[in-house]
Structure formats: C-alpha cells, structure tokens
Design a protein around this ligand. Structure first.
Ligand code: GLN
Length: 557
C-alpha cells in the first residue's frame, strides 16, 4: 500500500482538493486502484450544519454522510465511491477521544494530543488501507500549513511515515508562487517559508505543486528546488487553467507529475490512457453550440454553494456538444414577479435549499417555466416549489404551501411525514443518503433513465403530501417515481409540458465527466430543442394509482 499526503501552503483556496483529485485521475489512468480521503481540521463534527456562505455546498455520500465539497471532486475525478470513513474532521477526532475517555478506555491515563489524538488519526488512515482494495491512498489535509488546528494531523502523518517507511509515502505540498507586477517577478519566498514551517513540524515534501498565474522559468524552479530541498523535476507548475477545471489532470500530466509520483513510490505501471478525458475536455472547451440556462437560487454570489449542480450541467452539456451560458438569478429578486428575467433562457433550474427566504421567487420561476413551456429541472426544494406552484395555480388550492415555509397553512402539499399522519413534536430527522426510486412505466422519467429502478442520494425532511395526489394528477401532475412501497413521491413531471421534471433527491451528486446524469442530460437536450424552436410535447401515460400505506420511514443513519 502506498500513501500520498497533500498539504497546502501560503494561502487557502489554492485548489488542493482539485489537485489531489486530478492526481487520482492520472493514477487511475495508469490502472492503479486509488482512494481519496480528506482531513478537515475544523471542530465541526461534519459540515452538514455549516452555512453555504462559509463553506460552500454540503456534498452527500451514498451512506448519507454530509461532507466537504472536495469529496465531490474526488468522486467526479475518479471511480471511487466514498463513505463517511473518507472525511475526518477534528470534531470527529475529539468526539472519539472524549467518548473513549468517558468510557474509561484510557484506564486512568492522562489523555493528550500525542498520542491519543494522533492515534485516532493514524487509525483512520490505516482503516482505509486495511480494506486492501486499493493500491494508493491519497489524503488531503484541509487548511494551510501553520494553522494551529492542523498540527495534530501533520504530527500524525510524521509518525505514520515512520511506521510504514518513507519509500511508501509521498508528501505533496501545494503552494502559491505569486507574481509581483511591480518587480515583474515570480516570488518564491512564501513557498520557502511555508516549506520551512512544514519541516519544523517534521515533514519534508518530495513534490511541490506551484500554483501561479505565470509560467515558472528555470531560475524559479532551481531556486524552489534548492531552498525547499526538492529535486528540480519535482517542482511542478500548476498554472490557473484557462477554461475548465477538467484541464488540471492534463496540465499536471504534461508536467510529469504522475510519472514522478510512481517513481517515488516504486510503482511500475503502464503509461496513462487519457484519451477519453481529453475528448471530454475538448467538448467543454470548444462546443459547437451554446445554451442559456437560468439557475434560480439563494447563494448566487457563492460559486461553491451549488458546485455539483454547475459541474453536472457541464457534464451534460459536453455530452450534447454544447456549452452553457449560466444566468444566475437571486430568487428573492423574483418575489414580486418574473418580468422579463427568464425571457432569454432555454432552461430553468431550481436547486435544493432550506428555509423560506426566496421561496416565493422560486415559485414564480417555476410558474413561468410551466406556462411558457421552458424546460425545467427542480432539485429537492426545487421540486417542492414546483409542486406548490402547480397546486396553487392549476389546481386552485390557493393557500398551498410547505409547512417548512408556513407551519400552520391549511393546505400543506409539502409537509413532514409526521404531520401527514397527525403526529406532532416527534422531531423529524433528515432523510439522508441513497434510497431506491421506482419509476412509473410510460413516463418521461422512464424514457430519460431508460430504467424503472434507480438509486439516488437524498438530503431533506419534507415530502409531497399524498393527500393531494388525486386532485393534482387529475390536472396533469404526474408522480413518475416513488419509493418502492409507493408512499413517497420521488419524481414528478407535468403531462402537458416538453420537459418539466422535479426530483426529491440530488442527482447532481452522481454525475461525472463522460457519464452525465440522465436528468441533466435530458434537461440540456430539451433546452437545446426549445432553443431551436422545436418544442416536442411528450405524451405521458397516466400511472396506476398508488396506495398510501402507513409505513414508517426507516432512516439510514
Ligand atoms: N428544505 C427542504 C426539505 O428539507 C428541501 C431540502 C433540500 O433541498 N435539500 O425537505
């Protein structure tokens, strides 16, 4: 088993996660079995409760773990399917240590950062290696070298290297080499100091990944090599990509990173086959057509808040040889009416979300898409607002709402399951992770998926209230997918619309380059058709009635 540790220096936001993921792509292309994990030094137990303004999107795994968005890069860039064991936060480490202490597991000893905290961290690295399913474990350490919170992780790695032998480990340091305009020079000092800081706590990097705006010339490379004690060919340039993040594996390969890492780890592999990846990147960079898609959400200034959605759109568009012009619309600006804001778009996407802010604007956007035959994709909350809109404006249920937005409204078309059964104050938990969906034959959904059973990742509390099913189906609302027992609506569509799809789950967590998610692919194809003026209404055969049983929701957690 071989180990690669990825640390970051100088500043945050250097794209360490992307670099780690890209190395994963390259090693997989060399037929190695790779797994990635992330250590996050913050004290939150998981990022599930963190605000998207602060921390970007919460990425949900199959097992329901709410994790850092870098795990999204890992899954998109490689074939790994991750679990909660692939993301460790200081909060989890301390929780484990304190629980053990309370149980008396430490037999009266003084509990300390070294060895008790570092032992928990080392155990986690070993746990992945024990599975013996992989050749290489890539571990990214969040934060920046020098952060107090990161120290126990670095110390644990130092000890770990001693235990497994340095020939089995590569330390890769991602650093910034800034260009100072006034001096017309790239500066190596911040990197020198950051590496000195790493050495002070016992780690010597073998590879430097230098993020910079300008090419590194020979002098800069020599200087970095000399002062940081890294061989010159291990000074790797990672310049800002011109078009898309998917170029990163290709630029790192051109710099010789994968060969270097394999040499350092004494791994003999075939040359990497990057043809499919290259083709995908070409499609992203120079598509033959473009389509304008509106995303109506709450965090439009925070690019990371809907990261997986933007990536999924890119994957789907590339598969249709098409580029995307995103129109990001703050839902609150549509609260008073849509006006002409959606006039120039060929598709409307409403992402997931929590809370009432922006809800009325999203409802207005869904109405506009429905009435104008514009392809629509509603994800989780996006499906819920589309449902409310249809209930209000087509079925005449004027006060229809979600109990998330208005607790006491008389027509809760979206509500907690407990409320549907008249049970209150039970405290609902979030429905998280992968659940199966049964798709109704003859629906658009079946055509898009080409399947009648799919599994998708969830993260929500509220559900469609089956009490309203009949009244809505009558008017053209189609429940095209349900939980296997038929109690929960998972997918909806509209009978008289070319592409109006809402899902209670998050398809954006399962889309990859060269493997776009069917719902996104269908959406982009429909948007292109709409743009070209060839609206093709799709006939939907109404489904057999589904009985609402009293069955409990079994939580996966
Ligand atoms: N707030 C909604 C719920 O809890 C939707 C959640 C989401 O979009 N992820 O059901």
């Amino acid at each position: 088993m071989k180990y690669i540790f990825v640390t970051g220096g100088v500043v945050s936001s250097l794209g360490k996660g992307l670099t780690a993921a890209s190395l994963g792509t390259l090693l997989e292309a060399r037929k190695l079995r790779v797994v990635l994990q992330k250590f996050d030094p913050y004290l939150n137990v998981d990022p599930g409760t963190m605000n998207p303004f602060q921390h970007g999107e919460v990425y949900v795994l199959n097992d329901g773990a709410e994790t850092d968005l870098d795990l999204g890069h890992y899954e998109r860039f490689t074939n790994c399917v991750l679990t909660r064991h692939n993301n460790l936060t200081s909060g989890q480490v301390y929780e484990t240590v304190i629980l053990k202490e309370r149980r008396g597991d430490y037999l009266g000893k003084t509990v300390q950062v070294i060895p008790h905290v570092t032992d928990v961290i080392k155990d986690r690295i070993r746990k992945l290696s024990d599975e013996s399913k992989y050749d290489v474990v890539i571990t990214e350490i969040g934060g920046t070298t020098g952060d107090i919170e990161g120290l126990p992780f670095i110390e644990a790695i130092r000890q770990f290297i001693l235990e497994v032998g340095p020939e089995n480990v590569v330390n890769m340091h991602v650093t910034l080499v800034p260009y100072i305009k006034a001096a017309h020079e790239l500066k190596t000092k911040p990197t020198q100091q950051s590496v000195a800081k790493l050495r002070e706590i016992g780690l010597q990097p073998q590879v430097l990944i230098c993020r910079s705006e300008r090419p590194l010339d020979r002098d800069v490379r020599r200087k970095l090599s000399m002062f940081c004690s890294v061989v010159e060919k291990a000074v790797i340039e990672e310049r800002d990509v011109e078009h898309t993040i998917y170029e990163v594996p290709l630029t790192l390969h051109a710099e010789g990173l994968d060969q270097l890492v394999c040499d350092l780890l004494h791994l003999e592999t075939p040359k990497p086959d990057l043809n499919d990846w290259r083709k995908f990147v070409d499609c992203v960079i120079s598509p033959s057509k473009r389509v304008r898609i509106a995303v109506v959400g709450k965090y439009m200034d925070v690019r990371d808040a809907y990261k997986s959605i933007y990536e999924s759109l890119t994957h789907a568009a590339a598969s249709e040889d098409c580029g995307i012009d995103l129109k990001l619309i703050d839902a609150e600006s549509l609260a008073g009416g849509v006006d002409d804001q959606l006039e120039d778009v060929a598709g409307v996407l409403i992402p997931g979300g929590f809370g009432v802010r922006g809800a009325e604007g999203k409802i207005n956007a869904a109405r506009y898409a429905r009435e104008h035959g514009i392809p629509f994709l509603g994800l989780c909350l996006g499906m819920q607002v589309a449902t409310i809109e249809f209930a209000r404006n087509v079925c005449g249920i004027k006060d229809a709402n979600s109990t998330e937005f208005d607790k006491d409204n008389p027509d809760p078309v979206i509500s907690l399951l407990e409320e549907q059964r008249g049970v209150r104050n039970k405290g609902a938990s979030m429905r998280l992770g992968t659940w199966p969906t049964k798709i109704v034959p003859g629906t658009l959904a079946e055509r898009i998926y080409g399947d009648t059973e799919v599994t998708e990742r969830h993260r929500h509390r509220y559900e469609f209230n089956m009490k309203y099913r009949e009244r809505m189906v009558e008017k053209g609302f189609v429940i095209s997918g349900t939980s296997p027992d038929g109690t929960l609506a998972e997918l909806i569509e509209l009978r008289d619309h070319p592409y109006f799809v809402g899902c209670q789950y998050h398809p954006e967590f399962q889309s990859k380059p060269n493997k776009p998610h069917p719902l996104f692919k269908g959406f982009i194809a429909a948007a292109l058709a709409y743009q070209e003026g060839g609206k093709k209404p799709i006939t939907v055969i109404d489904q057999a009635p589904i009985s609402v049983s009293d069955q409990e929701l079994v939580l996966q957690r």
